[in-house]
Design a protein around this ligand. Structure first.
Ligand SMILES: C[S@@+](CC[C@H](N)C(=O)[O-])C[C@H]1O[C@@H](n2cnc3c(N)ncnc32)[C@H](O)[C@@H]1O
Length: 193
């Protein structure tokens, strides 16, 4: 059982910013050459599941949505295509945000807001979100070689500060079970794993 201060995973480069900077620099280069937005973590189906869930809950289309660790920003494009109008994506990797800006431009979705932000030290601008979505970012944070337990706790604190008390948090993970996530986020407002 994870949570409660244990370090369940071996530290990995995937938990570090230099890894993601280098990965998105490569993907940015590839996008410029081929127009391909790059890897969709957990596949297209993961985006369909998130959007279906939001539709099922009848979440209003103008709800403020934050995509935490947006990467290439493709999830935000899909949300916009499905009618969501108040979308923000953050990533601590400037090359990820450059790529997501290029993808946004290609798709003509200029109303999506994109910011370079470290979620573990969020700026005051990030607050009052009705929906927070994480697809693979908490997984990456959990692999950080430097104090992963402290970083996981900071993630939960950051979530509490950016998400409205009655808001929804949707998380997709390949390293944690649903029960482990519910345990990890039990201090956060209502969680859906
Ligand atoms: C596995 S990728 C997933 C990217 C995107 N969510 C997707 O589904 O394609 C993890 C992402 O989290 C970002 N990330 C990791 N730690 C972060 C942090 N502390 N603050 C903001 N972004 C972070 C990485 O730069 C990377 O874009």
């Amino acid at each position: 059982m994870a949570g409660g201060g244990e370090e369940p995973f071996a530290p990995s480069a995937l938990g570090t910013r230099p890894h993601w900077d280098a990965a998105y620099e490569r993907e940015l280069q590839a996008f410029q050459e081929t127009g391909d937005a790059g890897e969709i973590w957990f596949g297209e189906e993961s985006m369909v599941r998130i959007i279906r869930w939001l539709e099922k809950q009848k979440v209003p289309l103008d709800s403020s949505v934050l995509d935490i660790g947006t990467g290439n920003g493709v999830l935000l494009i899909e949300l916009a295509r499905n009618g969501f109008t108040n979308l923000t994506g953050i990533d601590y990797s400037p090359s990820a945000i450059q790529l997501s800006e290029k993808v946004r431009e290609k798709e003509g979705m200029s109303n999506i807001k994109l910011l370079v932000e470290d979620f573990l030290a969020p700026s005051a601008e990030l607050s009052g979100f009705q929906i927070c979505i994480d697809k693979g970012t908490f997984d990456a944070v959990s692999l950080n070689p430097d104090n992963a337990v402290g970083k996981r706790k900071q993630y939960v604190r950051s979530l509490c500060s950016v998400l409205k008390p009655e808001g929804f948090f949707l998380i997709t993970s390949c390293n944690w079970t649903k029960e482990e996530l519910l345990n990890e986020f039990r201090e956060a407002p209502e969680s859906h794993a």
